[in-house]
Ligand binder design. Sequence first.
Ligand SMILES: [Zn+2]
Length: 206
Amino acid sequence: MAICWQWDEPKRQRKLHTVGDYIFWSYSMLSVSREIMERTRKGEPSPHPNGRTKAANILMSHFQGSQKKIRDLDRDDRLSQDGAHVCAHFGCLSSKYHWDHMVPRSKLYGLYIPLNQVRSCPRCNISRGAKDLMGWHRENQTFPSLGILRRYLKICYYYSQQHGYLDLSVENAALERLPFEPRNFPRKFPPLEQLVWDYAYKGPQA
Ligand SMILES: [Zn+2]
């Protein structure tokens, strides 16, 4: 069920420096991918005929210029309540589940992050341990569902905003014990037909 992905980096890519840059880029690619997926499902043409990268570049500038904001987690919260009980990572079925922390608890030094937990089968939970979420996917050559990626990026965004990391270069942020690795966020996304929005939901959703 897992999406296999080699994580090869794009050949020509926009230069990213700060923690904010890395979050905004991945989030822009995610938003654009989702928009096209929704239109395709309705049988409508893509709103971005020039491709995802071009559209993401424009969207990213809007995030950087604050004309556009990353919305809070309310909607993600609602969606996380009523989904099917499957492993959030790959949709694995299991007789029991663990709660896996997207940002590892061991890196938070007692700090609590709302909505940081996702349902995980024991196998995925144990295999991941306290590894960086996207680092773990890179190692396994898998790609997360877009629903999980969105929630993770939002958590990373709000955490960075609250702690003043957004404008720090990723190198400096790493030295300051940032509890996630922005350089592991996806820059290039798998083809649309390989993407999964959310393993816990079969049909279309809000
Ligand atoms: Zn699993």
